[in-house]
Ligand binder design. Structure first.
Ligand SMILES: Nc1ncnc2c1ncn2[C@@H]1O[C@H](COP(=O)(O)OP(=O)(O)OP(=O)(O)O)[C@@H](O)[C@H]1O
Ligand SMILES: [Mg+2]
Length: 451
């Protein structure tokens, strides 16, 4: 069910309940007033009858009935009973059944009585006369009052139904007006596709919740547009990087095959092809790792950062003969302070990339690596004495395929750092470049302490 229909139904429902309670309250008050007014009339009538019948001692029964019938305020279906002190009926009109003895006794004791049987109301009173105390009981049907009440009930029912229907339609109008900005936003969102992510929803003058939603949605579109752009440039950069060694391989083979060559020429060409395919292989591996670096938290294990740094150092000392990596540990005695939850093989790749860059961009000058326990984190610094990174490029080098302007003469495709940043971020770490250095480069990596 749409919110608009639900709102109008709720609106009509709530109004109907309130209206029903108000009308029921009015009806009950009216009925009470009617009943009490009629009791008073019965009381007056009982007194009149008693005075007429008992005041005129010598009036015959027929004569009194005649007087009573002619009396202008006789009530509808009126029944009058008068009993003497012994409880014997001295007057009963309309041949009605006698009142039960206990009831007559009650009137005698309490001096007055008001009861109601179905639609009929009755009043009893003790009339003190010079010839004794008489019990006068009178009952009648409030025909006019009940008729009037019935009409009131129909009017109330009619107005209740009409009001509820009107409330429902008014509720629809209100709901439509209230939801109009949302409907407009939905219509605008419907036309947005991946090719039109530059579109934005129109914000409103009023600073209400819907406007907040629209602003949030626009922010989301902004992020989406940026990440789509990043994705697009990633794909075009990747295809460009892959095409370069492939073009060189194809060119080399075509040139060699164009004429008959000596064995030495073929050997040279094959060596060139091998170098190009080696680059291609490395690039594909890097791209594959970048795509694979999505992490399942359930695979996480405990990794001691000091041991990891030792392993990275050993690996690169073996790979690059003559490479010099100096380690400095300023660690807390409690090794749990620098133990993190993560994936050691991915962390190994991340730190390996940093060490590889330090070696590559410094021409194999000594590298300094410190690992230090701080109050809430463990900090690892990898510093080299190489070409450095221009401060305005410091943020860009973490993006895929971005390379520093001074790195043109060095091998590489610009994937290593983006892979490192992604791996560290996914495992709770953070990497930045120390911008206070005069020469060389220092990467600062921090991991929050688990303790
Ligand atoms: N230690 C460093 N010294 C100087 N510049 C660096 C250093 N590390 C990274 N950079 C700069 O950051 C850029 C991006 O580094 P990244 O590791 O992503 O790419 P790459 O090393 O050029 O290529 P790849 O790692 O894909 O082989 C580098 O091209 C370089 O300009
Ligand atoms: Mg690199």
């Amino acid at each position: 069910m749409k919110i608009r229909d639900r709102l109008s139904l709720q609106f009509a429902g709530i109004s109907a309940i309130i209206l029903f309670l108000v009308l029921a309250g009015i009806y009950i008050a009216v009925e009470r007033t009617r009943a009490s007014t009629f009791y008073n009339r019965l009381n007056d009538r009982a007194l009149t009858v008693a005075e007429l019948f008992l005041g005129e001692d010598n009036m015959t029964r027929e004569k009194f009935t005649e007087v009573q019938r002619r009396y202008p305020i006789e009530l509808p279906n009126e029944e009058v009973h008068i009993y003497n002190e012994k409880g014997d009926p001295v007057f009963i009109n309309q041949n009605t059944i006698q009142w039960p003895g206990p009831m007559i006794e009650r009137v005698r004791k309490e001096h007055r009585l008001r009861i109601r049987q179905r639609d009929k109301q009755s009043v009893g009173l003790l009339y003190e006369d010079n010839s004794g105390n008489f019990v006068v009981l009178i009952s009648a049907y409030d025909k006019y009052g009940h008729n009037w009440e019935r009409q009131l009930l129909w009017a109330m029912l009619f107005s209740f139904i009409i009001s509820t229907v009107v409330m429902f339609f008014l509720g629809r109008v209100f709901a439509r007006t209230a939801l109009l900005p949302i409907t407009r936003a939905v219509n605008e969102v419907k036309v947005i596709r991946s090719t039109s992510l530059d579109r934005r929803l129109k914000t409103q003058e009023s600073r209400d919740e819907v406007n907040e939603l629209i602003v949030t949605f626009n922010n989301l579109l902004e992020h989406l547009e940026q990440s789509f752009d990043a994705q697009r440039s990633f794909v075009s950069n990747a295809s460009h990087e892959l095409r370069t060694p492939l073009t060189s391989i194809i060119g080399n083979i075509e040139v060699t095959l164009a004429f008959d060559r000596t064995a030495a020429d073929y050997k040279l060409t094959l060596q060139q092809v091998l170098v190009a395919t080696g680059k291609l292989n490395e690039l594909i591996n890097n791209l594959f790792e970048l795509a694979q670096a999505a992490i399942d938290v359930s695979d996480f294990e405990e990794v001691r950062l000091d041991e990891l740094i030792w392993q990275v150092k050993d690996e690169w000392m073996n790979k690059v003969p003559g490479c010099h990596i100096e380690l400095d540990f300023k660690l807390d005695p409690d090794f749990r302070k620098y133990t993190i939850k993560g994936k050691s093989d991915l962390l190994f790749i991340a730190f390996g990339n940093l060490v590889h860059n330090a070696i590559k961009f410094s021409g194999n000058k000594p590298i300094f690596c410190t690992i230090e326990s701080k109050s809430h984190e463990t900090e690892i610094r990898i510093r080299d004495q190489g070409i450095g990174i221009h401060s305005e490029e410091a943020h860009e080098v973490f993006l895929p395929f971005r390379r520093g302007s001074n790195a043109k003469n060095f091998e590489g495709s610009g994937i290593g750092l983006s892979l490192t940043e992604k791996i560290l971020r996914l495992q709770g770490g953070h990497i930045r470049i120390n911008d206070t250095l005069q020469s060389g480069t220092e990467f600062i990596i921090s991991f929050p302490s688990l303790l």
